[in-house]
Design a protein around this ligand. Sequence first.
Ligand code: ADP
Ligand code: ZN
Length: 731
Amino acid sequence: MSLPEHFDEGALVAVLTAQPLGGTLDYLAPEGGIAVGDFVEVPLGPRRIMGVVWGLGAGGFDLKKARKVGRVLDLAPMDAAMRDFLARAAAYTLTPLPAMLRLATRAPGLSDPPGAQKVYRLAGLVPARMTEARGRVLAVLREHGGMGFGLSDLCDLAGVSASVVKGLVAQGALIEEAAPRDAPYPRLDPDLPAKRLTEDQATAAATLCGAVRSGSYGTTLLRGVTGSGKTEVYLEAVAECLRQGRQALVLLPEIALTAEFLTRVEARFGTRPAEWHSGVTMAERRRVWKMAGEGGVQMVVGARSALFLPFRDLGLIVVDEEHDGSYKQEDGVLYHARDMAVLRASLCGARVVLASATPSLESWANAEAGKYDRVDLAARFGVAVMPELAAIDLRAEAVPAGRWVSPTLRQAVKARLALGEQAMLFLNRRGYAPVTVCRACGHQIGCAQCDARMVEHRFQKRLVCHQCGESTAMPLACPSCGVEGRLAAVGPGVERLAEEAAALFPDARIAVLSSDLFGSARALKEQIAEIAEGGADVIIGTQLVAKGHNFPLLTLVGVIDADLGLQGSDLRAAEHTFQLMRQVAGRAGRAERPGVALLQTHQPDHPVIRAILAGDEEGFWRAEAAARRQAGVPPYGRMAGIILSSPDMKAAFDLGGWLARNAAPLHAAGAEVYGPAPAPIARIRGRHRVRLLIKAPKGAGLQAAISRWLAPVKLPAQMRLAVDIDPQSFY
Ligand code: ADP
Ligand code: ZN
């Protein structure tokens, strides 16, 4: 039986809202009737809130008490594929449906009638009285070429209060006017001349274009080393999608990378695509959201949450750097954007392209199993080749205490500098030193709120907790024994490495790239551009530098501690080390000059280090896949994490113990429970964290079993329970 799609006036309909009330709410259809998928405004208590008509009302209460839908909003209705996507994403991640709708409607003013908003633009008059704040407002508007801004956007961008803007209006320096309706984006032209592709690239592009033309779902893993032209190739798939009249979405892991990408899109298609990420103004968010639904935007570039935009006809989703850890949302709704991209595409007949130089084992295994197609780009574009890789065996090097650059690495850097080339020292640790210890009593300074050591940040003269962000001024005396002047830094962070580099290479210009040293994405971008043009000789960097930035003069990468990621209990430790080392090595020799990557290690015979050195990717994946299959862990088995957190440690353990003892629904599905145990980070922001880990065979109905298992649980006050399906990090 098919469900009714249209309801006449007075019919009882279910409306999904973003209110955390569990499910849908029942209302009476208004005059003129209503259709499934319509965005509506409904009364709730004294308020009016937005919702989506979801289907037939459940009823079961006195219909005289039912309230009427207020009005149908002037928004493109949510289509069946999108409703299905939200419902399945909710079921997969065990998230209440209202929370999914909240993710899917994160744009302001959706229920405002058009023209209700006011925008401000330059009038061309100079105000009689100029202040610094007023100057900033005018500068923002000038910088954006006469574009009008809503009040809150303008205040945010200029860092002023509303009264400053109103003052400028009163003085005649700004014009206040009703906002025009959100306008469609300028058309992209897929048929402008493209770059001449190499034979390899052209074949790959033709395959992807054919897949896009098919108009049906499918996923392709596009693999190729950094610089092989993956971006060029998938832009051709985007072009094909645009020719089909469908919309394309490109997900990027880092906002800092979008600027370069937007320029490339503009060069290829004649104009920029729409952007969707945390740096986009509120007015722009609303425009992107509405245009996605009305078909007024052809291409969106964005962060993971762009997956929840209401695209009218999505034909292609590209997930660039698909292995990147930032695609997993780690708070609120816990979802993995790569998996959700595949789900969404499968429901709306779109293609997915997963691009990476170092794919996740999940995607590699899906390609092996034939679930994904795979397209490989063999060579780097132009004459650049993969750098030569070699280990520096730290067991055979004389490195003085408190120093981390071996004599061999030092010589190699010196030789590059003498040629006028750049060298990079890579260390994936922010700050000055990971541990501060008191030489008098042996105390290690920890965070008062978390189970973590405080990390010294010498530039800021502070100790910082990398878990919760708490920071304190660097103390003079030991907080435990009170003795002054005996606190010592133990171990290296990038700041300390910079100090060592300055001593070793006194004539070199040294730049440190670490996310915490930049106030904004823009400052970071500027610094990266400056370095790329030769503004530094030695680049000291954390994981930040591994991500896609282009440094043409860089010919040597020294990895300070290749063993760092191999420690720890994370099941993906080997995979992540492999990916990170390969990416970092890939930074060297991108232009005409061949590069070298040197890995300092205490275990040159470790299988991961050997696979990296040999450049044997397939070998590494096969070995890693075999080990995971043997252990029955993802992607060959399923996992879920349960984190209970509470200020009261005993309460969290008690509930964890009860859950472990009452796990019959899990056992019935063939799953096992481990724990409760203190989570690897046992305390964050004063909340004790207790973890249960669930392991299940691949075909088990894991989510259904977990739902049955957790159904009887009544959470005590202050207790939080989070379910993490397919956990990525083991915090
Ligand atoms: P990837 O995405 O695999 O890292 P890119 O597509 O960014 O590779 O290509 C690396 C660089 O080489 C870019 O600057 C790109 O413009 C250039 N490039 C790649 N292929 C071509 C080509 N066929 N013609 C001209 N330039 C190219
Ligand atoms: Zn802390």
